[in-house]
Structures are given as structure tokens and as C-alpha cells.
Write a protein that binds this ligand. Structure first.
Ligand code: NAI
Ligand code: MG
Length: 356
């Protein structure tokens, strides 16, 4: 049965469009012999677009994005030296707005090593875990304010929002993932100090644990989790945590697994009421933009996550396998350094073709 998916593509700023071009090549190669077509629509959004037009994200653009099956997203963000763009405008009014409006409550960040590919950790053992970060609540919802600004008595609040609905649905997703992986789930929070939210999270996990006897779970304070992620990352399978802890922990996860250029992520609407979005963890990397040297690996892995989400699991597996074998080959033969973005992209495409 032939099928067509409509994909919105937001290349964004800096290296975003450079790495997304390689992701698209990988997608086309992975689907070359399947009766599935991806129809791409490019959207120009990000800081360059904002400077040109004053648009961060119009309602019409948002509605048009909603109509797609998925969104492939590069990176947005200005050079921090560029004083023409007020800090946070693009992050808040574009990135966070997309996540909230499209109800991306599952922020998925798979983290793994590849045989032979070096990591900054002393222990060379491979690991493979996924962080399921809540994406629509916590301290990121803008629930706060300032009183007596600029005075001795200034008050600033940033209230973390945790709803039973919001916590339960992300915990449910994490249990499903753990059940289809190695059957281990770790709740990361700080419930000894953040007792109200922490208690809600803990009860949500206890309730779901009863439905998943095949999943064993444990609890870890977020500060301890940073130690274990460096000292013993093999112990993790699925980590479920709130928006802020997940943000911080996944940067660490990216760093310990061999680099930000290889870390993909997915912002998922679990009910499918709006398109999910697939984006590298890295930003627009203004320091290397335009030089054709950005690593497209994270973007290519995002393409794989997107295919998996669309139910095209065989094509998704081809991308994952291609990246896996190619990275290991570069590492073993020590030939991975100094390659351009397109050279890397082409290597992945040939690997994918060999698998189809
Ligand atoms: P960044 O991730 O863009 O860069 C950090 C460092 O990693 C830089 O040295 C960069 O060259 C390197 N790097 C990143 N991706 C790479 C790749 N694929 N290949 C090789 N090297 C890579 O983070 P930074 O510098 O803090 O932020 C730059 C801009 O990106 C800012 O405006 C920031 O707000 C934005 N940003 C956007 C994100 C998004 O769109 N999701 C996420 C993170 C930052
Ligand atoms: Mg972050």
C-alpha cells in the first residue's frame, strides 16, 4: 500500500540547514525502495528570518505547521555576540511555543555509545539509555513574575507546574518504552526537598509500576544522577524526569556519550493530535556555520527517529544501523577526522543504500 507523509522542514539558522540537508538525503535513501513518499515543505523560521521580517511564529504559520505529519527541525539561535537579537526571543517565542502549542509532552533523548567511538569517560564500556523528559510543564511554563523590580526588595518567582495529567502521561510513556527495552526505569527528581512535586511524580510511578510487572524501577535524586551518569552510565535504561532536570541531565548525557554532534532528540505528541518534531540536541553553532564542517550525525539520527515515529520501522532501522557501522568504521580505522558535512552525509547514504 503506497503512502505519503507530509513533512515540514525548518532548517533554521547557522548549521541547521547544513545538517538538515544531509538528514533529507538519508531519508530519501532509506525509503528509496519502499512504497512511501515524504513530501517536504520548507519553512523559513529562526533568527535570520526574524531579522528580515519580524516574525518569530505567526498564528498562520503555526496552523500551517499543524497540518503536517511531522516536523524536521535543524537549529535556531543567533550568535551570542549579535546584539541585534534580544536574548530568549527565539527560544521562547519559537522553540518553546512550538513545544507547548503542539503539546510535545514527551521530550525523548536517546543516548548511546558506538563501539570504538571514544567518549570522555575513562571506562570504555558501551551504554545505551534514553531520557524521557517532560516537555510541557515544570518551571518552563512562564508561571511567575517580578515585584519591586530593581529594588532591594525585588521578588522574582518561577513556579514549577506539575499536573497529575501531565505527569501521568509522560510516566506512562516511559513505562511503555522501558517494557520494550531492557525493562528498567529510573525516576529522577529531588523529592526530599521538592516534596510537593516530587511526591506527585513518585505516586505516578508507583501507580504505573503495578501495570508493568516486567519493568523494575528505582528512584534517584537528580544530583546523584549526575554522578552515576559519569561513573556508571550502564546502569540506566529509561530515565523519566521533569522538564528542568531533563534539560540539564540530557546535556550531560550528550557529553558523556561522545559529543553533541551525535545527539538526536524528539519532541513527541503522544496522542498524535499535532505533529511531533525531530531535532538535534545541538544549536546553530555560529562558530562553525557556513564552513561545511558541521557533523550531520545528530540530524541523520533524528531522521531515523522520525521514520520510527511514523511507523516506518524498517527504514528507521536502516538509518540507525548505517550510522552505527559507519561511526565504528571511522573510529577503528581512524579516518573520521576532518571530514566535511557532505562527506559524512554521503558515507551514511552509501551505507543506507547497501542495506536496502
Ligand atoms: P551549540 O550547540 O550551537 O554549539 C556548542 C559547541 O558545539 C560549539 O562549539 C559548536 O561548534 C559545537 N557543535 C554543535 N553542533 C555541532 C555539530 N553538529 N558538529 C560539530 N560541532 C558542533 O550551542 P551554543 O553555542 O550554546 O548556541 C548557539 C546558538 O544556538 C544560540 O543562539 C543558542 O540559543 C542556540 N541553540 C539552539 C538550540 C535549538 O535550536 N534546539 C539548542 C541549543 C542552542
Ligand atoms: Mg538544553
Amino acid at each position: 500500500m503506497s503512502q505519503t507523509f507530509s513533512i515540514a522542514v525548518i532548517g533554521g539558522d547557522g548549521i541547521g540547514p547544513e545538517v538538515i540537508a544531509e538528514a533529507r538525503r538519508a531519508l530519501n535513501a532509506a525509503l528509496a525502495h519502499e512504497d512511501t513518499t515524504l513530501q517536504y515543505t520548507d519553512y523559513e523560521l529562526g533568527t535570520s528570518h526574524w531579522l528580515k521580517t519580524g516574525e518569530t511564529l505567526h498564528e498562520e504559520t503555526l496552523e500551517s505547521l499543524r497540518a503536517h505529519d511531522a516536523i524536521l527541525f535543524g537549529a535556531v539561535g543567533a550568535d551570542p555576540q549579535d546584539k541585534r537579537i534580544p536574548s530568549g526571543v527565539i527560544e521562547r517565542d519559537l522553540l518553546l511555543k512550538l513545544r507547548f502549542e503542539l503539546d510535545h509532552y514527551i521530550n525523548l533523548r536517546p543516548t548511546r555509545t558506538y563501539p570504538g567511538v571514544p567518549t570522555p569517560l575513562a571506562a570504555a564500556e558501551d551504554f545505551d539509555f534514553v531520557v524521557v523528559r517532560e516537555g510541557t510543564e515544570g518551571p518552563y511554563v512562564g508561571n511567575g513574575g517580578t515585584l519591586r523590580r530593581g529594588s532591594e526588595h525585588e521578588i522574582a518567582t518561577e513556579v514549577s507546574v506539575n499536573t497529575a495529567h501531565g505527569v501521568r502521561r509522560v510516566v506512562a510513556d516511559a513505562f511503555r518504552r522501558a517494557a520494550s527495552r531492557r525493562g528498567r526505569l529510573t525516576l529522577v527528581h529531588k523529592h526530599n526537598v521538592l516534596t510537593h512535586a516530587g511526591n506527585l511524580w513518585r505516586r505516578a510511578v508507583e501507580e504505573h509500576a503495578a501495570q508493568y510487572p516486567q519493568v523494575s524501577w528505582d528512584y534517584m535524586h537528580v544530583d546523584a544522577a549526575t554522578i552515576h551518569m559519569v561513573a556508571d552510565p550502564q546502569r540506566f535504561d529509561v530515565i523519566v524526569t521533569d522538564n528542568l532536570f531533563g534539560d540539564i541531565l540530557t546535556d550531560l548525557a550528550g557529553a558523556v556519550s561522545g559529543g553533541i554532534g551525535q545527539a538526536p532528540s524528539a519532541s513527541i505528541n503522544g496522542e498524535g493530535t499535532a505533529p511531533s518534531m525531530f531535532e538535534p540536541v545541538h544549536g546553530s553553532a555560529p562558530d562553525i556555520a557556513g564552513q561545511g564542517i558541521a557533523d550531520p550525525t545528530a540530524a541523520v539520527l533524528c531522521a531515523g527517529l522520525m521514520l520510527d515515529h511514523l511507523g516506518l520501522d524498517q527504514a528507521a532501522a536502516r538509518i540507525e544501523r548505517a550510522v552505527h557501522t559507519q561511526l565504528s568504521q571511522w573510529a577503528e580505522q581512524d579516518t573520521g577526522q576532518g571530514l566535511s558535512t557532505t562527506e559524512r552525509g554521503e558515507a551514511y547514504v552509501s551505507r543506507i543504500k547497501a542495506l536496502t
